[in-house]
Design a protein around this ligand. Sequence first.
Ligand code: ATP
Length: 365
Amino acid sequence: MAEIQLRDLWKYYDDVAAVRGINLDIEHNEFIALVGPSGCGKTTTLRMIAGLEDITAGDILVGERIINEVAPKDRDIAMVFQNYALYPHMSVYQNMSFGLRLRKTPKDEIDDRVRAAADILNIGELLDRRPKQLSGGQRQRVAMGRAIVRNPQVFLFDEPLSNLDAKLRVQMRTEIKKIHQRVQTTVVYVTHDQVEAMTLADRIVVMNEGIIEQVGSPEEMYDAPQTLFVAAFIGSPSMNFLPCHVETRDSGLSIRLTENLSFAVPADRVDRYGPCIGKEMLFGIRPEHVTDKRPHTDPTYHDFTSDVIVLEPMGIDTMVFINIGETEITARSRPRAAGQVGQPMDFTIDMAHMHLIDQETDIVL
Ligand code: ATP
């Protein structure tokens, strides 16, 4: 079993706190993505799990065993790097078998394992080639093959797709997902790309300035972010944020965005948002919940009109930029229903998907 536990894990580089007391339980065979902006500490966390970086404080456990002092080669962990790190003078076969040869694995077994991995990765034809005779995507596969043949308990990936062009990145993303379905192992995958994290992982860990902001399934992170940082980081195009006031309205509450624009708070949130009456808050709504006007009967839907500033056709949808008060927001329209630049357009907002954020704590209520 390869559960990994990070217990109050710290890393200082001189006086820079790169990782600040994180706790995380990773389940056996789970695919975890560590995601966050540059410098948030995700690579440092991965390197500590691999044993390539000393731990300043805390513990790392694999199964029941604390591995803080275990040498990288004895951790039963394989790492796939961004730059592949293939040996240029060796063939694909030699690259893939190198680690096993060092461990004095019998020749027949090496051959079986290399061919099985090559089969999974669809690179059986390339075994005699040198790395320079391969495309970026093929090199990436060889780097993964070298990890697979070791049959490790844990795979660590450090931005493995960032050197590939956009199309290949999407293809390889699907490949990695398929491979994980075939080769069941625990995976920790570092990326700064939230789409990659969303599409690949069972659970996403969003890091920010050395701490974990939130851990959850892609759906949880998207539908129920707990902090402003996660709300803004997950989702593309990103969530809209507008300053607002919470007011009483009849027997319920409403969100006032401007002098002329306020929307009723859904009945099931009135208790939750009651304590915010009169406070300056931040209102969050994803672009897909502000659409071209639709017929509706649900009480959480409301209509409003605004002038179109910019249109961005995406094919499947058109992004419509409008101003609410001083703030520019993005709405998502069916292409044929999108208005014209400079002209008023009717929209429908679904308040069932609103978020209310406390500006002092950045917590989503
Ligand atoms: P990126 O996506 O840019 O790789 P990251 O989230 O992986 O970012 P880390 O590489 O873990 O971030 O770095 C976290 C912090 O630690 C950063 O402030 C970085 O400058 C610092 N840091 C990383 N490695 C070292 C080092 N060897 N010496 C000093 N500071 C370091």
